[in-house]
Structures are given as structure tokens and as C-alpha cells.
Design a protein around this ligand. Structure first.
Ligand code: TXA
Ligand code: MG
Length: 342
């Protein structure tokens, strides 16, 4: 398939893309979190094309993207907590799971009776949804298992030739996927995936109501995940990744001793990376979870361009706020290989 690649799309480009969506095609678009691989959320055949293009298991449901939170009522059964969250974070990097209405096909929700809704904070995305006049189902626009795409080149590398069009809108601001919460009819709110909207922010938006965190545990082998995507290996570069924890000085020494080896790579802050040399990639300033979030997936993809690197040692963010979301992605990329340096 020939893929139309559109840099800095204007109004008429977005109109053209919306015609592709309405006729059952696939369009990649930017959001503030990561790029999304979009198709009409009302068209079961289009949903199947998404799974095929990504190589994604069909029991892993898709998020539907709306241009306004008020639209949600057409596609799912909303409740009071949803509107409180929507008021503060829609548009924004938050996805809410609610019971679905019949209009959303089971192909979109991987057979579940709930649907995930989100209103992205990105002009191109919002214009595309508005002019398509349908909600847009979109997972992250990467090949299943690869790091989510935060730059047009990531999308072109993964999905060029597999989608009808790619709308390029520069680097995604946040760099990690949206926070996912489930809002039950009885008022219970639980977090399934951490992101830029933290539990503290969610709780404050709901007047201090509790947010149960279901996102941080590793699942047992026979355990059924609540967000089906949680069970699959994610974000993995070709090299093995190990996350180092412990005393800073000791971690630096450990990295320094290994830094002469061709096959070892590092993911660390700017200053440390400079000292370690050529196989060290920097996510930015030490202790800036925001910079680490913005750069993490890009960094993970960079290692793939250095075939000689077989093992990556990664520094850890501070475990608070957005740092927890970074850590969640990092340990998944590492297949939960976390090593304490003593
Ligand atoms: O920031 C984002 O959320 C990006 C952009 C493109 O919007 N999208 C994204 O989609 O990350 P995806 O498909 O890569 O991740 C969606 C996650 C999956 O883990 C999936 O299992 C979960 O959301 N999910 C979707 N619908 C669900 C549902 N009804 N119940 C439970 N989990 C659901
Ligand atoms: Mg994804």
C-alpha cells in the first residue's frame, strides 16, 4: 500500500484524511502523548485493519478519541465522576473506561462490554476527529511490542506502507501514553495505567475522592489483567534492558567500569552520559521526570540503531508524580529486570 506522508498538514490535508477515515481507511495522527493509528470507531472492518497493521492481538481493546467530552454520552454510559475528571483533564492525557453502548462494535473493545474514551490535546487530532464526524479508535502507532512513537520518523519506520496516510505534527509533547482510569457506576475510580495525569491530580479533581492504583504490580502468570494491554511485553528495544537502583555514586562507578565495552549501552542523565562516552544516551536533566518521559521512547528506539549494543543499563527516575509513569514503562521495557547495586 502506498502511504501518503503529510508534513505540517493544513485544513485541506486534514479534510482529505477525514475522508480516508470515513471510508474505512487508516490514518496516523499526532497527539500530545504519542502518535495514534486511527480508524473509524464505528466500523468493525476498520478496527480489524488496525490490529492487522500493528500485529496486535485482537483481544487488546482500542481507545476511542473524541473531540469533546460531551460526545462521550453517545458511545458509553457516563457518570458523575467522569464529568468531574473531564472538566479538568479533557482535552488532555487522560483516558476513562466506561460501560459501552451498542453503537461501539465489539471489534473495537476486544470483546469487552466497556470502552475507553479520550479527548486528545492536539489541534491536528481534534480537527481530524471533528471533520471525520465519527469517533476515532486509535492505539499507539507502533508495531506491537515496540516503543510507542513520539516522532514522525518512528511511525514511518514502523507503519510506512501499512497505512493510508500519516499526518506529521512534530514531536509529541508528553512522550508517554495517557493515564487510564476506570470509573465505575458506584463511584469507584481506579488507575490502570499511570501517565502525566497523576493519582494526586485525579483525586484533587474529584474533591479528594480515593483513586485505587491497579497499575504498579507485575501480574502472576495465570492472572487476568484488567487492561488487557498490561499482559503483553512492551516497549522493548532489541538489546536487553536492566534498570539499576541504589546509591548514585555506586551506580555511576558500576556504569563507568562497563563503559569501555562496545556491547554495553547506557540511558542516563545528560551529565552522566557525557562522562560515560559514546554508547550513553541522555534523557535530559537529572531528576526531571518530564524530560525523561518526553525522551524515553525515543531513547529506547535509538538503541536499535546501534546493533553492537546488546545490553542497556538504565537509570531510574524519582518515584513520584510523573516519575512513576516513566518507571512503569521502563520496567516493562526491561521485562522487570531491576538490579540493586550495592
Ligand atoms: O495516549 C494514549 O492513550 C495513546 C494515544 C494514541 O491516544 N493511545 C494508546 O493506546 O496508548 P494503546 O492501544 O497503545 O493502549 C491502550 C491501553 C491498552 O493497554 C488496552 O488494553 C487498554 O488501554 N484498554 C483499552 N480499552 C480498554 C477497556 N475497555 N478496558 C480495559 N483496558 C482497556
Ligand atoms: Mg500501545
Amino acid at each position: 500500500m502506498e502511504t501518503l506522508i503529510i508534513e505540517n498538514p493544513n485544513e485541506s490535508d486534514i479534510k482529505e484524511a477525514s475522508r480516508i477515515i470515513r471510508s474505512g481507511g487508516l490514518v496516523v495522527f499526532p497527539t500530545e502523548t504519542v502518535y495514534g493509528l486511527g480508524a473509524s470507531a464505528l466500523d468493525p472492518e476498520a478496527a480489524k485493519k488496525i490490529y492487522a497493521a500493528k500485529g496486535r492481538p485482537s483481544d487488546n481493546p482500542l481507545i476511542i478519541h473524541l473531540s469533546r467530552a460531551e460526545e462521550a454520552e453517545k458511545y458509553c454510559y457516563t457518570n458523575e465522576k467522569f464529568y468531574k475528571l473531564a472538566e479538568c483533564f479533557m482535552p488532555g492525557p487522560l483516558t476513562v473506561i466506561l460501560p459501552k453502548r451498542d453503537i461501539i462494535p465489539m471489534e473495537v473493545t476486544g470483546g469487552l462490554s466497556t470502552v475507553a474514551v479520550r479527548v486528545p490535546m492536539n489541534e491536528i487530532a481534534l480537527e481530524l476527529i471533528k471533520s471525520s464526524e465519527v469517533p476515532i479508535a486509535a492505539p499507539s502507532a507502533n508495531i506491537s511490542g515496540r516503543p510507542s512513537p513520539t516522532c514522525p520518523i518512528h511511525v514511518i519506520n514502523d507503519l510506512g506502507g501499512k497505512v493510508d496516510a500519516i499526518l506529521c505534527g512534530g514531536e509529541c509533547e508528553v512522550g508517554l501514553e495517557s493515564t487510564i482510569v476506570r470509573c465505575e457506576a458506584d463511584g469507584t475510580v481506579s488507575q490502570l495505567r499511570p501517565g502525566a495525569i497523576t493519582p494526586e491530580m485525579l483525586s484533587a479533581a474529584m474533591g479528594g475522592a480515593e483513586v485505587i492504583d491497579l497499575s504498579t504490580r507485575k501480574l502472576d502468570d495465570d492472572e487476568k489483567p484488567i487492561a488487557p494491554g498490561m499482559k503483553y511485553r512492551h516497549y522493548a528495544p532489541k538489546a536487553k534492558v536492566t534498570v539499576l537502583v541504589g546509591d548514585r555514586e555506586k551506580i555511576f562507578k558500576y556504569m563507568e567500569e562497563l563503559s569501555s565495552k562496545e556491547e554495553i549501552g547506557f540511558l542516563t542523565d545528560f551529565e552522566t552520559a557525557k562522562k560515560l562516552g559514546k554508547n550513553a544516551f541522555s534523557y535530559g536533566k537529572r531528576d526531571s521526570a518530564k524530560e525523561m518521559a518526553h525522551n524515553l521512547f525515543k531513547n529506547l528506539r535509538e538503541f536499535d540503531e546501534h546493533e553492537e549494543i546488546k545490553q542497556v543499563y538504565a537509570d531510574m527516575p524519582k518515584l513520584q508524580g510523573l516519575g512513576l509513569a516513566v518507571y512503569n514503562r521502563l520496567i516493562k521495557a526491561a521485562g522487570f529486570d531491576v538490579r540493586e547495586i550495592k
